[in-house]
Write a new protein. Structure first.
Length: 129
């Protein structure tokens, strides 16, 4: 029983209870967009990204991992509805990918769920999460 309680409190990106608590705390303190960006930033840090900071390329974050710089765009939903990415947004992501080299889109929601897609030569591939 004690071990079960400890695993529920473990701060890992694969612990749904911890993730739900983090996103709930962020949504209580901040606007929806800001809350999801902060939630995504927590996840990136737990995944080993460093120097997670505001992007100089007009997206949400720049972050480093394994000697590579990634540009990250965060999309979130508070009510569980679908997230739509418009053509002009994808075009902008592609333009940045051409300039910067590595771009990721990170989706998060109010339940603490998340996934990351990485763009390769205009194609997107889901990262293991």
């Amino acid at each position: 029983m004690k071990q079960e309680k400890e695993s529920e409190q473990e701060e890992t990106v694969y612990n749904p209870k911890w993730l739900q608590q983090i996103v709930k705390e962020k949504l209580e303190k901040y606007s929806t967009g800001k809350a999801f960006e902060m939630f995504a930033k927590e996840i990136l840090k737990k995944l080993g990204f460093i120097n997670v900071k505001r992007s100089v390329h007009g997206l949400d974050f720049d972050a480093e991992k394994d000697g590579k710089v990634y540009t990250v765009e965060v999309k979130g939903t508070k009510t569980g509805e679908d997230i739509v990415i418009r053509w002009n947004q994808l075009k902008r992501l592609w333009e940045i990918e051409v300039l910067v080299g590595i771009h990721m889109i990170m989706f998060v929601n109010y339940e603490g769920k998340w996934c990351i897609y990485q763009m390769f030569d205009g194609y997107m591939e889901q990262s293991t999460t």
